[in-house]
Design a binder for this molecule. Structure first.
Ligand code: GTP
Length: 424
């Protein structure tokens, strides 16, 4: 893992991003690599006085890193910056190791995490566009070289043209498929509402501690052989709340600072399910120097995705890693949280604050509830059982045809019930 400093392309970074500390950036890059289970052997800064078109890094750095790579038998080097195809190839030759850049790494992560059909299509589209741009660039590079020598054509060139055409065709097909998927998206939403529990989604910056919290919250409630949860993918698990209420906790792909613009659509597609969640838990790294900037990034994306008023009831803030804060910072955080009751200070690592978060989620789900009157035919025993399971039945009167109930149900369950009844 190599993070080049200073900035690679002056002017292309926003002021907000340049405020992110270099250490934090390297740490984030390491976190990204770990997210796809890469075993990070070492992480280094590489100082760049003048970016080399052929290899990005200067000779001295190439040498030092080369030694490190061969000594440790490293198979993959991630450069946390954009690399041109030529630079990538030259580095691979020189180091005898596979080299990928930041975009390549992020695409791997999105590919591993995209869950919806649309998400997968978006990621594939981004990956192919990335691949094609690299083919085009290396092709023009070759062409220029050939032009200089006065040659025309050649086998290498035609192969690249074929690759380019094939990728182009696949891209066109993916775009058509994406259009079709978008048209049926409303239908999918309806289907997902049938998930029989409220959904709580974890969002946040990569490295904020989402996965650690996910495990901490659900460890005790994974039940072997539970079919519903066994068939859900591993980023979804049963969450048992203090009141006995059940929910599904869903982990999402982490936000990444300085996301390359052509990956934004793919990233959003992987997050799409968040707008379906009943509650969003925003996991923040309270110890991170850019915690506030990160918070705004996350909220802006949630608004763009269509989550109403994300600062209000729908979002719970989990200020994580408080074990790393000094007593003053902890006290001031606790004060802030008490005053707005929007969040909880906790440590996913030690477990401190876990119960408070569960209680807050429970209360939110509870306060969403309202009392409705229902008429359920006796022939529909299944729905009746569902209502008893999910809601609090406050009153019941039976006549020949139906049970007339007065029930406290959450908004999400009311929507699910409406859907259910339409099906009958
Ligand atoms: P991505 O999977 O990349 O999106 O990251 P994530 O948000 O899931 O973060 P993850 O749970 O992998 O945690 C990132 C790092 O922070 C790990 O090294 C954790 O051990 C550490 N970490 C998580 N929570 C805490 C905490 O409460 N305290 C401390 N000290 N470290 C924590």
């Amino acid at each position: 893992m190599v993070h080049p400093v200073p900035k690679m392309a002056p002017g292309r970074h926003s002021t907000e991003n340049s405020s992110r500390s270099i250490e934090a950036r390297l740490e984030e890059a390491v976190g990204l690599a770990k997210a796809i289970r890469l075993d990070v052997v070492c992480a280094e800064f590489a100082r760049i006085t003048r970016p080399r078109p052929s290899s990005l890094l200067g000779n001295g750095t190439l040498e030092t890193l080369g030694e490190l790579i061969s000594e440790n038998d490293i198979g993959l080097v991630v450069i946390d910056a954009p690399l041109s195809p030529v630079q990538q190839r030259n580095l691979e030759r020189r180091w005898q190791a596979k080299v990928i850049d930041r975009t390549g790494l992020i695409l791997e992560i999105f590919g591993a995490r995209a869950r919806t059909h649309e998400g997968r299509l978006q990621v594939e589209l981004a990956a192919l566009s990335y691949q094609r741009s690299r083919l085009v660039r290396s092709w023009t590079h070759l062409e220029r070289q050939r032009g200089g020598f006065g040659f025309l054509g050649g086998p290498g060139e035609s192969q690249l043209e074929i690759d380019r055409r094939l990728i182009g065709e696949r891209i066109a097909r993916l775009k058509r498929e994406l259009d079709a998927t978008r048209r049926t998206r409303a239908l999918h939403r309806e289907a997902r509402r049938r998930v029989p529990y409220p959904v709580v989604a974890l969002v946040g910056y990569t490295n904020a501690g989402k996965s650690t919290l996910f495990n901490r919250l659900t460890r005790s409630s994974v039940i072997a052989g539970d079919m519903l949860f066994a068939t859900l993918d591993p980023t979804m698990r049963r969450l048992e709340l203090p009141s006995g209420r059940q929910a599904i906790l869903s982990d999402t792909v982490g936000f990444i600072s300085d996301l390359p613009t052509h990956l934004v659509a793919a990233f959003r597609a992987t997050l799409e399910e968040v707008i379906e969640a009943d509650i969003v838990v925003h996991v923040r790294d309270a110890h991170h120097p850019d915690s506030e900037a990160q918070r705004n990034d996350v909220l802006n994306v949630l608004i763009d995705l269509g989550l109403d008023e994300p600062t209000e009831d729908a979002v719970v803030e989990a200020m994580n890693k408080i074990d790393l804060l000094d007593p003053t910072a902890r006290a001031s955080l606790a004060g802030q949280q008490l005053s707005n009751s929007q969040g909880v200070a906790l440590s996913a690592a030690t477990g401190e604050g876990r119960d408070a978060l569960l209680e807050l989620i429970d209360r939110r789900l509870e306060s969403e509830a309202r009392v409705v009157r229902l008429e359920i035919p006796h022939t529909d025993g299944k729905t009746l059982a569902w209502v008893y399971d999910r809601g609090e039945v406050l009153g019941r009167r039976d006549d020949n045809e139906a049970a007339h109930l007065s029930v406290r149900l959450s908004e999400a369950d009311i929507a699910r019930l409406r859907h259910r009844q339409r099906l009958h």
